[in-house]
Design a protein around this ligand. Sequence first.
Ligand SMILES: Cc1cc2nc3c(=O)[nH]c(=O)nc-3n(C[C@H](O)[C@H](O)[C@H](O)COP(=O)(O)OP(=O)(O)OC[C@H]3O[C@@H](n4cnc5c(N)ncnc54)[C@H](O)[C@@H]3O)c2cc1C
Length: 297
Amino acid sequence: MTTTAAPATAPFRFFDVQVVRALRVSTSVVRITFGGERLDALASGGRDQRFKLFLPQPHQDRPVFDDTGDGWYTAWRAQDPAERPVMRSYTIREQRHEPREFDVDFALHGAGGGTPSTAGGPASRWAAAARPGDRLTVLAPAVEDNGGIDFRPPAGTDWILLTGDETALPAIAGILSWLSPGTHAKVWIEIDHEDDRQHLPTFADADITWLVRDGAGAAHPEPVLSAVRAAKLPEGTPYAWIAGEAGTVKALRRHLVRERGIDRGAVKFTGYWRRGATEEDLIAELMAGAAAPSDED
Ligand SMILES: Cc1cc2nc3c(=O)[nH]c(=O)nc-3n(C[C@H](O)[C@H](O)[C@H](O)COP(=O)(O)OP(=O)(O)OC[C@H]3O[C@@H](n4cnc5c(N)ncnc54)[C@H](O)[C@@H]3O)c2cc1C
């Protein structure tokens, strides 16, 4: 299973960026627009383009790095955890060239909106409070065809299956806007509130199902899993891209491979977060080798 933690590979570069504006697009999502002097060198490949962001610690006004050269990861890990930037994975929702900006949609998962400041994690809390001029650093692609894009349907794909939650919505939006006209796509998106629905422009023939949790919680866990299980899927050769909470993603992948007989190589699956685990926990597991895929997954 793809995990959240692997350091990005070249050709990625560090960019110092600042918040241009923050827009609360819905109850659960804030869209932060970033600008920066060198952003002409940033090249998003669209789709599910991932990147790393580095947040300052609460007592800092910008992220403090010992080294942003080739050995950055070792240097970052060696820094005092109270001083080193907090690293998180996100998706470029949209890049624009005039002016040079890019948007990132942050799912707040409890942060902001008058909730206690302990809700959410460092990234969602940072996003909930972000103001124009706030500074951070990103490790982002410098060429469009880069290793931070997972959505790569092979030739011969007849239809596309996409599932995700609020954290995967930016990637799903990017994928839908990238698909060729007429591509048949079945899409399931789980959101917290009715107003978290977004307009998702696409030329694809996309059948999008929104699944609103609306506080259902334990009564209806994993609505996206139930919906896909109950669905009649199209004939032909599918390519599936599934992301969101790691447990749900794993269960979905198992369903698609074992019960639907989809070739496991045609199911791209990524745990974007895991209930009860911070991204540091996931990195620690990765380093310990605990997140390695197995045939049982
Ligand atoms: C490739 C990739 C792309 C991603 N793109 C995006 C994106 O564009 N937008 C986006 O919002 N997220 C995205 N994510 C997910 C994001 O990195 C995680 O949600 C991350 O944990 C948020 O960091 P945090 O500091 O707020 O919380 P953490 O400190 O990591 O976690 C704190 C607590 O919050 C819980 N938590 C984390 N995320 C959620 C959630 N969504 N809902 C409920 N509880 C949660 C954790 O289980 C933990 O208990 C992406 C992840 C990956 C791997």
